[in-house]
Design a protein around this ligand. Structure first.
Ligand code: SF4
Ligand code: SF4
Length: 307
């Protein structure tokens, strides 16, 4: 396990080199501007665009590689809507993250870590938040099938909101017990102007409760929860109210592009996202990395897939 993790070190050193020189080390790309799932999210709040052809997407990735990017974050919409394109994209960059709702059978892709979205401690909550009956059980089946076939590095990403935040323990204990994931990360819901779901917004007190709960879960679940104590504390309203695109590690080091290959303003969540209440997992990850937090560095080695 240690040797496997250390294999990621060269990629990770490149990331540090970019950060030290103030350069973007990663980019996110909306592989598809479509999604079969019905939640109101940052992507749905954006204007729909014409998707690049498969050939143009491949060229787009090759251009990002020439720029020296180390990590591609494949998002959507739902990236698996263009499933035949994915195996042509992930070998291009040294490392890729595929962020998926897990609605369709999952592929073992080169250089890739999957992040599968789970928004509830049980099927009822997840399917209600995602507005898709039967989705939770399909995800369990799809991950289970992918892992039976061989190597499939998979982390759960759970966005805590008003409907599910008290289920953080249920979420982590379920995925720890079922052995279908290599770990879990949490975000808290970021308010989106002219979109998003107001009834799911967390209050400041909810967010403070979440910090205490995640710190408790960290003591119990250790490395399965891929967040350091410092990262968890960054979700505190007293910290997020100081966040701006100028200070945010995600905005500074991860360029975001829509499915037409055009730059998305601000960050992956777009300029409709409220920085002062942002709970995106990636931001505390990059911010504590920049501060040379050694626990975050170790965690980063696990998250960047080795070739
Ligand atoms: S949150 Fe993800 S799964 Fe839900 S609509 Fe948005 S892109 Fe689709
Ligand atoms: S919304 Fe969040 S991720 Fe985007 S720039 Fe603001 S703080 Fe960073």
């Amino acid at each position: 396990m240690v040797a496997k993790t250390l294999k990621s070190a060269p990629q990770f050193l490149k990331i540090f080199n970019h950060i030290n020189h103030g350069r973007e080390f990663a980019f996110s790309f909306n592989v598809a501007d479509r999604c079969p799932v019905g939640c109101m999210c940052y992507w749905r709040a954006q204007e729909r665009v014409k998707e690049l052809s498969d050939e143009d997407v491949i060229h787009f990735f090759q251009d990002r590689k020439k720029e020296g990017k180390v990590l591609a974050v494949l998002v959507g919409g739902e990236p698996y809507v263009r499933r035949d394109l994915l195996p042509k994209l992930t070998p291009i960059l040294p490392a890729s993250w595929v962020v998926t709702s897990g609605t369709t059978p999952l592929l073992s892709l080169p250089n890739t870590t999957h992040f599968v979205s789970i928004d509830g401690g049980n099927a009822e909550t997840h399917d209600r938040v995602r507005r898709m009956p039967g989705l939770y059980n399909r995800i369990v089946k799809n991950i289970s099938d992918a892992r039976k076939k061989g190597k499939f590095q998979c982390y759960i990403h759970s966005v805590l909101n008003k409907a599910n935040f008290t289920q953080a323990y249920e979420i982590i204990s379920t995925w720890h017990k079922n052995g279908l994931a290599d770990g879990i990360v949490f975000s808290t819901m970021t308010p989106i102007r002219e979109g998003g779901e107001d009834q799911l917004q967390l209050s400041e007190n909810d967010r403070i409760w979440i910090i205490q709960e995640l710190q408790r879960l960290k003591m119990f679940y250790g490395p399965f929860l891929l967040m350091t104590e410092n990262m968890i504390n960054r979700f505190h309203p007293d910290h997020t109210k100081m966040q701006t695109p100028e200070t945010c590690g995600t905005a500074r080091f991860v360029g975001s592009y829509d499915a037409a290959g055009e730059r998305i303003a601000q960050c992956i969540l777009s300029d409709k996202a409220d920085c002062t209440s942002c709970g995106c997992y990636v931001t505390p990850f990059i911010d504590t990395l920049i501060e040379y937090d050694w626990k975050t560095i170790l965690l980063g080695l696990k998250l960047v897939p080795n070739q």
